[in-house]
Design a protein around this ligand. Structure first.
Ligand code: PEP
Ligand code: MG
Length: 693
């Protein structure tokens, strides 16, 4: 045995390229070569495995012992020690690394959809079109799975060699080195042997095995303390993704998150946000999305700083990059300079929640306007983690529970008992004011994955249509709601109905389930049934529908989307998403009138109700029941307490006479400024096509 103690002296530590050189030298010898950290951590690595070397996280100054064992141990040790003393033959490439342009500060404009400014580290997250599923493999097929995996490795190698070759030609040798490291990752026994072992021991399909082993490796990286080395996690992530793509074209998994993660993604499914470890996510930044996309709504609900609609930002980032997300200015800054960071003074402000601007004790119950009109302020809730916010922000119960967020993944249904527990907890959180549970609004943006992908999901088998077509799913949910209705105050609302026929079809199912439960002597209660009015057809037949239900819920998000034919999640058409379009206002006004005539309540639960200026306009049209992101309640409360609804009505009538969204916005700006100058200084009023928080 031969051994030597030495210290890492290079500025970047034992990073990917240095490790790749070390593996190459070690592989020239037959002896085993092991590297031990000398800080009492017991960490050791095989010098022939790049992944093991990198998990040592040996930054500059780390003391190591190299142990060689075998026929040529002395030569092997001398060669490795020589490489360390020559700083891994790295000198001029470190300079090159310094000048890689991607580390220059880069500002990108998007749309801030919540409050807060956050300094953190990028965690790239690519929403896979498909998930990686585990399949149980029979003994006879295990060899086939291993062969499939080896074939995917071979294909990945060919691809990487081609990329490396092109990078060398186009960018020079210095820029292509990283693909050498990728190639070494790909062939590292720590990866390939572990995946094959997993396939055999767990009788697993190759995709699942690659995912589990890859995740384990990634999680080691995200916990590494050294900034430069931690960033190398994104290289491993790339390799794993390539492998998975070559196996099936599927999948992406969440690495363990570090404390200050900023999730950067092209697109983020609401269910993905719900699955993230929120104690570690500080902000999100996405290429797509708009103010009323569910992702934005959830981010606001959770008090997460978020900027959406950043177009091609994702491709400019790497996991581990430093980033500022400024939701107030609607911008992100990648690789901020020390001067930029100093401008923000992060030592003082720690991403204040939206309600932080509201001072004093949080009031609860309805708010009374100056002219004595009482307006109920309820909470929109998506996730059980938000239940406590209902009381915290003084809500009059829950005006809308978007129950589909109980389905942690699209297409993954949960049992009747699990749902029952969730609705019971919801009713408890809501208290005597009660909670409205919406039947699953799956399909559309949420995606159902129970069926085929649709060409036009927003106009497809969404919400009530999905429920009526998947009656088992609907019946299970209805039973859970009716049972929970026996122990707490609950109502049920049917989403996206177009006319009385939809209402009747849904009511029939609900009545049958009530009957079934009653005959089986299972405790349950008849609950009020409402209709979501969010489709123009429902607005136009509102008088008819009002005669058949106990209450209306006005979903202004979809009402804008469907009235104006503007996809609410598509940033390319966000300029056309005009909440204050006169056609939208006619729809709202007409719905409120129809409900008044039938003497049924209307809860306005779209994002419009969360925006103080819009809430005033809604009361001007006669709305007295608003449901919103809980954190916005104090702000809307303080605004409504200082206005007179008869004045708001005068403004609303003028708006209803306008021809364009620009005209309405101009009326709102000038009238609000004159009537309530303290409440609505210029910055607090809607700019063209942009909501104000
Ligand atoms: C709406 O459409 O306004 C609404 C409240 O429901 P969702 O945003 O979930 O579609
Ligand atoms: Mg809706």
């Amino acid at each position: 045995m031969a051994e030597r103690t030495l210290q890492v002296t290079g500025r970047l530590g034992l990073h990917a390229r240095a490790a790749a050189n070390l593996v190459r030298v070690a592989n020239r010898f037959r002896s085993t070569l092991t590297i031990h950290r000398l800080d009492g951590s017991d960490a050791e690595a095989d010098a022939k495995s790049i992944l093991e070397i990198l998990t040592l996280a040996a930054s500059r100054g780390t003391k190591l012992r190299i142990v060689a064992h075998g026929v040529d141990e002395q030569e092997a040790l001398d060669a490795v020690v020589g490489l360390f003393s020559r700083n891994f033959d790295e000198v001029e490439r470190e300079d090159l690394e310094q000048s890689v342009p991607t580390t220059q500060q880069l500002r990108c404009k998007g749309l801030g959809v919540s409050d807060g400014v956050v300094l953190g580290r990028v965690l790239r997250f690519q929403e896979g079109a498909h998930e990686v599923y585990r399949a149980q493999i029979g003994d006879a097929d295990l060899e086939r799975e291993r062969r499939r995996f080896r074939a995917a490795v071979r294909l990945s190698r060919r691809q990487l060699e081609a990329i490396k070759h092109r990078a060398e030609k186009e960018l020079g040798r210095g820029h292509a080195y990283i693909f050498d490291a990728h190639l070494l990752f790909l062939e590292d026994a720590k990866l390939t042997r572990d995946v094959e072992d997993y396939i055999v021991k767990q009788r697993s399909n190759a995709e699942w095995a690659a995912k589990v082993v890859g995740d384990r490796l990634l999680s080691i990286y995200t916990q590494i303390n050294d900034e430069y080395l931690r960033e190398r996690g994104s290289d491993i992530e790339d390799v794993i993704q390539r492998l998975l793509a070559n196996l099936t074209g599927e999948g992406r998994h969440y690495p363990n998150l570090s404390e200050d993660a900023v999730v950067v993604s092209r697109d983020l499914l609401p269910s993905t946000i719900a699955e993230l470890d929120l104690s570690h996510v500080r902000a999100i930044a996405t290429d797509t999305g708009g103010w009323t996309s569910h992702m934005a709504i959830i981010a606001r609900g959770l008090g997460l700083t978020a900027v959406v609609g950043l177009r091609d930002f994702y491709q400019r980032t790497r996991t581990g990059d430093q980033i500022i997300v400024d939701a107030r200015r609607g911008e992100v800054i990648l690789h901020p300079t020390p001067a930029t960071i100093a401008e923000y003074d992060f030592s003082r402000s720690e991403a204040p929640p939206i309600a932080a601007n509201v001072t004093g004790v949080i009031e609860s119950g309805p708010v009374t306007t100056r002219d004595g009109v009482s307006v109920a302020l309820r909470a929109n809730v998506e996730l059980p983690t938000e239940f406590q916010a209902v009381r915290e922000f003084g809500a009059c119960g829950v005006g809308l529970f978007r129950s589909e967020f109980l389905l942690s993944r699209p297409g993954l249904m949960i049992s009747e008992d699990e749902q029952y527990e969730a609705y019971k907890a919801l009713a408890e959180a809501a208290g005597s004011d009660g909670a409205v549970v919406r039947l699953f609004d799956v399909g559309g943006e949420i995606g159902s994955e129970l069926g085929e992908r649709e060409r036009n999901p927003a106009l497809g088998l969404r919400a009530v249509r999905f429920n009526l077509r998947n009656q088992q799913v609907m019946r299970t949910q209805v039973r859970a709601i009716l049972r929970a209705g026996a122990v707490g105050k609950l109502s049920l609302v049917i989403p996206m109905i177009a006319d009385v026929a939809d209402v009747r079809a849904a009511q029939k199912v609900i009545a049958e389930e009530l009957e079934n439960l009653t005959t089986s002597a299972i405790p349950c209660a008849k609950v009020p049934i409402g209709a979501m009015i969010e489709v123009p057809a429902a607005v136009l037949t509102a008088e008819k529908i009002a005669g058949e239900v106990d209450f209306f819920e006005l979903g202004t998000n979809d009402l804008v989307q469907y009235t104006l034919a503007v996809d609410r999640g598509n940033d390319k058409v966000s300029d056309w998403f005009r909440t204050l379009h006169p056609a939208v206002l006619y729809g709202i006004n007409r719905t409120l009138q129809a409900a008044r005539a039938a003497v049924i309540p209307v809860i306005v639960c779209g994002e419009m109700a969360s925006t103080p200026a819009y809430a005033v306009l809604l009361t001007g049209m006669g709305a007295v029941d608003l449901s919103m992101t809980p954190a916005m309640i104090p702000r809307v409360r303080s605004t409504l307490a200082q206005i007179e609804t008869n004045q708001a009505r005068e403004v609303a009538l003028k708006c209803l006479e306008s021809a364009t969204a620009d005209e309405v916005e101009e009326i709102v700006r000038s009238e609000f400024r004159t009537r309530w100058p303290d409440l609505f200084p210029p910055g607090k009023l809607p700019k063209a096509s942009e909501p104000t928080a």
